[in-house]
Design a protein around this ligand. Structure first.
Ligand SMILES: [Zn+2]
Length: 440
């Protein structure tokens, strides 16, 4: 594991070298017809929920005093009567997060945290705490800078992917849930919505704003009263913050919970599309002048991303004493042979990968050998580490053994990687649950 942590630095960030693979799949072209209402963000979101068929329900005959799950739904008339609140916390983790977690633990409630990649990288321990306590983690971009994020989709995308990789290295999970900094209203255009959906993400805004980020130092009493605006709604997605300086939100939290609980609400985390809401696209916003990404960019980045979240057989690599697993979107079959993203595979096996922007080559160090891959020409050169003159192997793309690019990612045939690094493939097994490669 130490190898993974040591290699987690995004050395090649500027060089277009990312650890996220692009596999070869076609994603459904169906757009998202959901949503779209007018009014302020909260009104819009509430309307959106109605548009999506979630009409107001009557309050339950007897208010539940606990966060007990759906059994109360089936009682009585059979009509769905449960009211639901999703507590969501944006901009963390920060030193406010442990306070929020303690309150949630005490109240036996799960919530959803839309975290920043930059904060997660500085405080993986708080991400771990959120994860281990069973809350849901969503992606709130890397550093929340509107001018970058909303300058064009590729900039937004790169922050989503960097945050996703940061979180994957900490928890082993990729978040599908995304919340746009500032909300989508006035920020997202149709391209942003469409491409995020195509890529497999679930973007969600909120229905009630606690107002805790309207200005600095909003008092807890104001946060509480704004948060209670959703009482009576069948479904509330409450926006709160656990970023630095949001102590008052944690202070207001116990009473927010108590009031919704006594009104009969169930507390849920956001798990799938049914839990989300979206604001309407504003055609007048400044983003109208943004240039959408090219078809080539979309093909390289978006088309296969949803596979990362699709069910499919993982590929298990057994290499000497090491074993690691690549998810269904993290490997591909090319010319009848497995190919893998160089960084993802080598780092998980305990090696290090870096990108040399000047020569546009990737360097992988592992098992006492150095592999240099030129994805443009396909050449792969493997030498003994510390003896760069001693060329051991040079392979070229035309043999089907060379490196290649998919989107921003350098890929390499598995046999080139393992064989070149001294672990030739001995056996491949294709099982119902998984595919497995054993190397010596
Ligand atoms: Zn935010």
């Amino acid at each position: 594991m130490s190898g993974i942590i040591l290699c987690a630095v995004f050395a090649g960030g500027g060089g277009g070298f990312s650890p996220i693979p692009s596999g070869p799949s076609v994603v459904s072209a169906s757009g998202d017809a959901k949503v779209q209402a007018a009014g302020g963000p909260a009104a819009k979101a509430a309307d959106a929920a109605k548009d999506a068929g979630r009409s107001e329900g009557k309050p339950p005959a007897t208010a539940s005093l606990s966060a007990a799950p759906a059994s109360s739904e089936s009682a009585g008339t059979g009509r769905q009567q449960t009211k639901t609140i999703y507590l969501t916390f944006d901009d963390g983790p920060s030193k406010v997060t442990p306070d929020v977690l303690n309150i949630l633990k005490r109240e036996k409630i799960k919530a959803t945290f839309f975290v920043l990649g930059e904060a997660a990288k500085r405080h993986p321990e708080w991400i771990n705490a959120i994860y281990e306590q069973g809350h849901t983690i969503g992606n709130h971009t890397y550093d929340h800078t509107y001018s970058t994020l909303y300058s064009g989709f590729p900039a937004f995308w790169s922050e989503i992917k960097e945050t996703e990789e940061t979180l994957r290295l900490i928890t082993g999970q990729r978040p599908r849930l995304v919340r746009a900094p500032g909300g989508t209203a006035g920020h997202f255009d149709d391209t942003y919505f469409y491409l995020m959906k195509q890529a497999g993400y679930l973007v969600s805004d909120w229905t009630v704003d606690s107002g805790d980020s309207l200005r600095r130092g909003v008092p807890a009493a104001d946060i509480l009263s704004a948060s209670l605006a959703g009482l009576g709604e069948k479904r509330v997605i409450l926006l709160l913050h656990d970023g630095a300086g949001h102590e008052a939100s944690a202070e207001a939290l116990p009473e927010i919970i108590a009031r919704y609980r006594s009104a009969g609400y169930m507390f849920k985390t956001m798990e799938d599309e049914a839990d989300t809401v979206r604001f309407k696209v504003h055609p007048s916003a400044s983003y109208a002048k943004r240039t959408p990404p090219s078809a080539a960019w979309i093909a390289g980045h978006i088309a296969s991303n949803a596979e990362l979240f699709a069910d499919g057989r993982p590929l298990v690599l057994e290499v000497g004493m090491m074993q690691t697993t690549l998810a269904s979107g993290e490997y591909t079959v090319r010319d009848g042979h497995y190919a893998v993203p160089l960084r993802a595979a080598v780092e998980r096996l305990g090696g290090c990968v870096s990108w040399d922007a000047a020569s546009r080559t990737a360097r992988a160090e592992w098992n006492g050998r150095l592999l240099t891959a030129d994805p443009a020409g396909g050449a792969v050169r493997i030498t003994g580490k510390g003896d760069p003159g001693a060329t051991a192997v040079v392979l070229r793309e035309q043999n089907g053994d060379g490196a290649f690019m998919r989107g921003d990612t350098v890929w390499i045939p598995l046999r080139t990687l393992l064989g070149g690094m001294g672990h030739p493939i001995l056996e491949t097994v294709s099982g119902r649950e998984e595919q497995r490669v054993k190397a010596g």
